[in-house]
Write a protein that binds this ligand. Structure first.
Ligand code: IPM
Ligand code: MN
Length: 345
């Protein structure tokens, strides 16, 4: 029976609450599916700074080295970008899939999002998040700068991941670019060159501002969307509005070895932290991606099915603003409902 070693990094805000929920559910599916998950806890961000004097301490690196996955909660500042960069988690997968029972929670009319199934692939370890940056001063005054740098090879490698995913899905790859203003970042040409090795995939370049608009006009037209770090960050929050809550979305960030960091798309949500009302489904969605990455399809399916059933029964955390016949539940109640569903059949 396989043994998987994961490192759980709760972080801050609602991070500890959603990670604890996810670990309990992972342990339950592991038991049912006959494998073992060993969990080590590690620190990142403010909690790491308090304990080790660094946002991304060596102790965390040592725990993560050789693990089968990193399950991450949330941090407000410091550490996360370093963690992503350290393990070269360049390929960030952000599935945006509508859940039938939440159709009316979308920011759009139900018929606009029915069957919605988009995969945003975001480059995660380069671009403006990691370019030359600083603050300085000249005769005009003080200024700050962050530069958007992409090596061609960084665009090519994320392009190949996106092309492969598109080939396995519906065959449409939309590239988010901004070449009318940023002509030295030739995403379109580079992706098209890589696409020669992926017959059957239609590559569709789209200016990112227009793409953002199309996502709220006609989101069903999209299959895979490829974006650089900053554009991918922004577009994926639109995805949250489309499916009804950012709290529902999970993501996987993989390096070339298939080692991954699994986290929700949302942040620390300081306004609701510590109240026991956070939505754990984003982190749980990330766990599903982790199980799939390991090839544990049965376990992944158990979680997905349980989640769909509990939502279909009308249970909702506060972020989904339940009304009428819907039932408001806190994190603990939702976990118990999920555990019960997972254990059936
Ligand atoms: C995300 C988050 C992070 C990002 C923040 C917390 C740095 O918004 O994962 O989408 O911008 O990458
Ligand atoms: Mn974001």
């Amino acid at each position: 029976n396989p043994i998987y070693r994961i490192v759980a990094i709760p972080g801050e805000g609602i991070g500890p609450e959603v990670v604890e929920a996810a670990v309990r559910i992972l342990q339950q599916v592991a038991k049912l599916e006959g494998f073992t998950i060993q969990v080590n806890y590690a620190w990142l961000g403010v909690t790491a700074l308090e304990k080790f004097g660094s946002y991304f301490p060596q102790a965390t690196i040592e725990l993560c080295n050789g693990a089968d996955g990193i399950l991450f909660g949330a941090v407000t500042q410091g550490g996360l970008l370093e963690l992503r960069k350290h393990y070269d988690f360049f390929c960030n997968l952000r599935p945006i899939r509508i859940i039938d029972s939440l159709l009316h929670k979308s920011s759009l009319r139900p018929e606009k999002v029915q069957g919605l199934d988009i995969l945003i692939i975001r480059e995660l370890v380069s671009g403006i998040y990691f370019g030359h940056a600083g603050r300085s001063q000249d005769e005009t005054g003080e200024y700050g700068y962050h530069t958007m740098i992409y090596y061609d090879q960084e665009i090519r490698r994320i392009a190949r991941q996106a092309l492969q995913k598109a080939q396995q899905r519906r065959g449409l790859l939309t590239i988010a670019h901004k070449e009318n203003a940023l002509p030295h970042l030739p995403w379109t040409r580079l992706v098209q060159e890589e696409a020669r090795e992926f017959p059957g995939v239609i590559v569709e370049p789209m200016l990112v501002d227009n793409l953002a608009m199309q996502m709220v006009i006609n989101p069903q037209r999209f299959d895979v969307i490829l974006a650089g770090n900053l554009f991918g960050d922004i577009l994926s929050d639109i995805g949250g509005a489309l499916v009804g809550s950012l709290g529902l979305l999970g993501s996987a960030s993989l390096n070339a070895d298939g080692f991954g960091l699994y986290e929700a798309i949302h942040g620390t949500a300081p306004d609701i932290a510590g109240q026991g009302i956070a939505n754990p489904l984003g982190t749980l969605g990330a766990c599903v991606l982790m199980l799939e990455q390991w090839g544990e399809m049965g376990a992944a399916q158990r979680i997905t099915t349980a989640q769909e059933r509990v939502l279909a029964q009308g249970y909702r955390t506060a972020d989904l603003s339940p009304q009428g016949v819907e039932k408001l539940v806190n994190t603990e109640t939702l976990i118990k409902l999920l555990l019960a569903e997972i254990t059936k059949d």
